[in-house]
Write a protein that binds this ligand. Structure first.
Ligand code: LRH
Ligand code: MN
Length: 407
């Protein structure tokens, strides 16, 4: 069936081998905090067999990578995943063909042994001692990352306010910038820092890194190693994320992504499960913008998933997310860009839409599957995962009550 499907689709597409090479090179980082069942304040329904430590998390991501050949990186969150023996962890990851993508700091929770609380923020805090505590934590995260071979740090600050009058926005911005500058100074020469913005939650009146404009302001003032990070779920309703991506890329300040999907808030749902056309439009801007700057698709931006699983098996959810990303990328690679530019230059709005939707409505799953097979992956990862009863095996090995660290 695959052979026929692949021959049919490859017959319709130019340079199919070039596209397959790009798909094989394109690796998506899996978040270490999304390998267990997430929950909400209303409840959490664990599925069993969850990884209890970093080693088991690396094994789970290794399994995903063996199945789809496109999950060759892991993004750690500190202190949820502190590598006690970095050399051993690095060796284990390499055995599974995994490298370490961006490290994530955490100043949105108070740790049991923490001196000062982040209740009223971390880097924005009115108390310099709290800001210093947050800076020191980020520098410690960089230390772990250096030991593992990571080359970037993602800073997401839950800082903000819940009520008018609670915060002086200007001072909060300046405190945060000053704190980020301390972290920036500690960055190794070949590292990047990603400033992740979010419109609301856990603060519900203002967020101190609340949108792409604020993140661009911080990363521009910080320096050339600082970039913005786009989490698809961190926008106000109906935001035109593909336009934001296009402009950040144009400015050379787009560092990477946290892919997920959402209908309402930061729902952290499976990529492409709610708004697959938006995902396609984002990849259209990425390919157009990266090619305009002769950027390397696979390496010049950070491709990461950030999801939380309430009702799906975490590994099945992640397999679906990676597949959705590869499909959107493949569709964006078959857009007839010459014709699209022509239509744009002629203000031929109808043709422009027809050209885009021709690509979006093309079933590229045969090409994505072919790339996966050539990368040594499975034709149908989900079918193998279920056919081999992997979750049942994990529950036998780890038990039904195990709880993974993370969200
Ligand atoms: C915040 C966020 C951030 C992570 C966290 C797990 O909503 O997207 O990227 O640190 O989720
Ligand atoms: Mn995120």
């Amino acid at each position: 069936m695959h052979k026929k499907r692949y021959e049919f689709i490859s017959g319709q597409i130019n340079k199919v081998d070039e596209i397959i090479k790009k798909l094989i090179d394109f690796q998506v980082a899996i978040p270490s905090w999304a390998l267990g069942t997430g929950g909400t304040r209303f409840g959490r329904f664990p599925g069993g067999g969850e990884p209890m430590n970093l080693e088991e998390k690396i094994e789970d991501i290794g399994l995903l990578h063996a199945l789809n050949g496109s999950s060759g990186a892991i993004s750690l969150h500190i202190p949820w995943d502190i590598p006690t023996d970095a050399e051993a962890i690095k060796k284990l990851a390499a055995e599974h063909g995994l490298r370490f993508d961006a490290m994530n700091s955490n100043t949105f929770q108070d740790q049991p042994d923490q001196k000062l609380s982040y209740k009223f923020g971390s880097m924005q805090h009115v108390d310099k001692a709290v800001r210093k505590q947050a800076v020191d934590h980020n520098i410690e995260v960089i230390k772990y990352g250096k030991e593992l071979g990571s080359k970037s740090l993602t800073v997401w600050l839950s800082d903000g306010s819940c009520f008018p009058g609670q915060l002086n926005f200007r001072k909060a911005f300046q405190n945060t910038l000053e704190s980020l500058q301390e972290v920036y100074k500690a960055l190794p020469q070949d590292w990047k820092i990603f400033v992740e913005y979010k419109a609301f939650e856990p603060n519900f009146y203002s967020m101190t890194v609340g949108d792409w404009g604020q993140s661009l302001l911080y990363s521009s003032k910080l320096g050339p190693k600082a970039y913005t990070l786009v989490d698809l779920g961190h926008h106000l309703a109906n935001a035109n994320i593909e336009q934001i991506v296009s402009l950040l890329l144009m400015e050379g300040k787009l560092g990477g992504f946290h892919f997920n999907d959402s209908k309402y808030g930061d729902d952290d749902l499976t990529v492409g499960s709610i708004k697959p056309y938006q995902l396609f439009l984002i990849f259209n801007e990425l390919v157009e913008g990266m090619d305009a700057k002769s950027m390397n698709h696979a390496n010049d931006l950070a491709w990461m998933i950030d999801a939380s699983h309430n009702v799906k098996d975490p590994l099945e959810d992640l397999l679906q997310s990676v597949e959705a990303i590869m499909i959107a990328y493949a569709q964006s690679l078959i857009i007839d860009r010459k014709k699209l530019v022509e239509a744009q230059n002629n203000n031929d709005v109808v043709s422009a839409q027809e050209i885009l939707q021709q690509a979006y409505r093309t079933d590229v799953r045969g090409i994505v599957a072919e790339a996966r097979l050539r990368a040594g992956g499975a034709l149908n990862p989900l079918a193998v995962y279920r056919g081999e009863k992997v979750r049942e095996q994990l529950i036998k090995e780890r038990g039904s009550k195990t709880v993974a660290t993370g969200l």
